[in-house]
Structure formats: C-alpha cells, structure tokens
Design a protein around this ligand. Sequence first.
Ligand SMILES: [Cu+2]
Length: 177
Amino acid sequence: MGSSNVAMLSLLLVLYMVFVPSLATVYTVGDTSGWTTGVDYGAWTKDKTFKVGDSLVFNYPTSHTVDEVSSSDYSTCTVGNSITTDNTGATTVSLKTAGTHYFICGVLGHCGNGMKLAVKVESGSPSSSTDKPSTTTPSTTTTSTTKAPVDSSSSWSVSPFMAAVLTWVALSVMVIS
Ligand SMILES: [Cu+2]
C-alpha cells in the first residue's frame, strides 16, 4: 500500500467517525422551555425531521410525566392507558421504529394545556421507508426506565452499516490496485 493510499484510508476513517455519530440526533423537547404547559410542540416539531435511532430528551419538574400513548388517546387527551410512563424529570426516549409516536403528560388537564407531542419518525434507510401507523405496533419505544427488551434489529439504523460497507469496499479497491 503506497503512502497516498494510507492517507486516503485515514481520510475515509476520519470521515466515517465524523459521519456516523451525526446520524443519530438527540432532540431536547421544547428546547430551553422543556416539557411543560403552554408550549406549542406542534410548532417545535414543524422544522424537524426525526429518524429511527434519534432520541427525545424531556426535561421537566417531577410534577409532570412523559407518557407514550396511542393516537386516539393523544387526540382526546385520555390519561391512564399509557404505553410507557416516566416521571423522573429527565426522560430519554429512543425512537426505535418508523411511524408516528405520541406523548402526553399524564397529569389531568396538562395535555389539554399543550403537553402533547406527536413525532413522525422516518426510517433510517431510504430503501425501506414504509412508514406504518404506530397504532398497529404500540410498543415501539422504550423510555430510560422501561425494562422491556430492546429490539436490536430496529434500534440500529442501516446508514452506519452502509458507511462501513463503503469503507471496506474502498479499502478493498486500494489493496487490489
Ligand atoms: Cu404535566
């Protein structure tokens, strides 16, 4: 392997290391406002594109909760049927599957006062971007305190894998030449 090839390989490795972490984005819900009443979360999500592998961080006083709920419970602000719930004050939710995920505060009246968040999650791979309604797959996310087993097959987006494949292809070409 010539020195130019070594340099090229190094460049590829650097690009790979820079590129891969940027694929998973951590979003702080409501930014500096956090998770509270009186915030328009529809406006907060409007300019954002959520992908499988991204995370939501909810920051709030423990007088609130973060509940993942069904589409219908989201629409009607129905509390008590939550899929997952957390009230630690700092809840990280991994978006593991494509589709729309719905979150409300479980404290009576707070959802009606704006504490409702719908996040449309796109598949990490353009070739399999078949978004399904989350109503057919309720247990699609886990909170930081949920003990449900992690679905490893869907928690890892395809793009880092593709980046690794491309790196190896490039490496193979250099070795052959
Ligand atoms: Cu609340």
